[in-house]
Write a protein of this length. Sequence first.
Length: 464
Amino acid sequence: MPELKFNTAEEIDAAYITLQATFRAGTTRPLSWRKRQLNQVILMLRENIEAIVQALATDLRKPRLEALGGEIGPMVRRAKQSAAQLDEWARDESPQVPEWQRAWSPTILKRPKGVILVVSPWNYPIYLSLQPIIGAIAAGCPAVLKPSEVSPNVSSLLADLFPKYLDPSAYRVINGGVPEITHVLKLKWDHITYTGNGTVARIISRAAAEHLTPVTLELGGKSPVVIDPETTNLKIAAKRVLWGKTLNAGQVCVAPDYVLIPRSAQDAFVEAIKEAAVELKLDGALASDSFASIVSDTHFKRLRSIMTRSSGKIVVGGDAIEEQRRITPTVYRDVKENDSLLEGEIFGPILPIVPVDNIRQAIEYINAHPHPLVLYAFTDDPEVKQALRDETRSGGLHFNDVHQHMSVDQLPFSGVGESGHGSQALKFTYDEYTYLRSSVTVPFTAEPLVSLRYPPYTEAATQA
Ligand code: NAD
């Protein structure tokens, strides 16, 4: 795999000019053209499975099963479904109107916003790059993809594959680091989708504001897990939560970040976690192909630092191999509120258990922190479920398992507050890049009907 080639400012400007011209020429507008491009995305993924799996393995040591099931498979499915449903999504709508306005043919037209910029991260570099691109194609918008320089093999592969499969006058990959993306952000885009962290999201939002460009922000944060020991199966809950932390070595935006559990049940939950760790063979994780690595030395050092500074007690894991950037999934108990593990999003295979007095205190803890991307709860108590629905805010609300809401294609994926705004997935992505254009045709025969509006205003018109 070649070293990641960064694009020059001249190349970026030229790509931008080309895409603008393509949009103005109407190339991306016909639904038949969009469907062909969507089919090309499917072909690109299918014909390059091995190259993609290899690039993901080189960048992240991502296991083959996770590459197929978590990156390639969902994007093939969503490109297929988008092509199949496009006619229905793009259909003009005629709203119900009062009798006297019917002759005006009021219509809602679905129109492409224009040229889209997609800035994607390294943790699911295929999924998070292609989901917005699929949406842009479906909506009839050209797009520039700026993948992450932190996953250089995947970013390089995408730059190689795009021109082979997609119309290069409409879809381009721009690679680079901060100077290149800073240049990209000076240009006026018609919509920007950014997936990543809150600090960069603020930079993107400020740049977008200069041009009044709308943005979709898919961010992260600390997604809590509430365990209600009275009504849940602790054994299954522990296994599901622990698995959620091992997937992609915990480098998942919706990874369960920490557990809130009533103090009286902590011992039992820890025992269940230990049993689950044996079942998942976590003691062999450092040598196993079933566990991904930490993406970079910087990320590895950050994780080791929060681990060594924690005053929680390790009950599972704790080992690491620096040269391979691998960390055994590690669980801490008795983690207190000001602990290093609770400072920011962990984004690694580390699970702190935070004991609380009761479920009510867990809800108060969640509400005292930024709204998470997802709130997980293991409970079958209808009142607890209702309290979580009504009294907390989060992008997703997920009962009795983790990560599964991502696999329901028909659900919108989005954050709220600091976890982001705007939605993704199938029609929700299509809608982000589509604007609703209102149209009426007022017939000249309506002149008698509208004549009251003309000045000079009469008493009769004011009464009417
Ligand atoms: P990252 O470092 O790869 O950054 C994402 C993108 O931002 C990259 O393309 C990068 O080039 C660009 N970037 C970096 N610095 C920039 C700057 N100064 N100005 C403009 N652009 C810049 O990824 P990351 O931020 O480390 O990703 C991890 C975060 O993303 C976590 O917080 C995670 O929760 C979140 N995330 C959210 C979702 C979601 O769908 N909500 C999905 C995945 C990850």
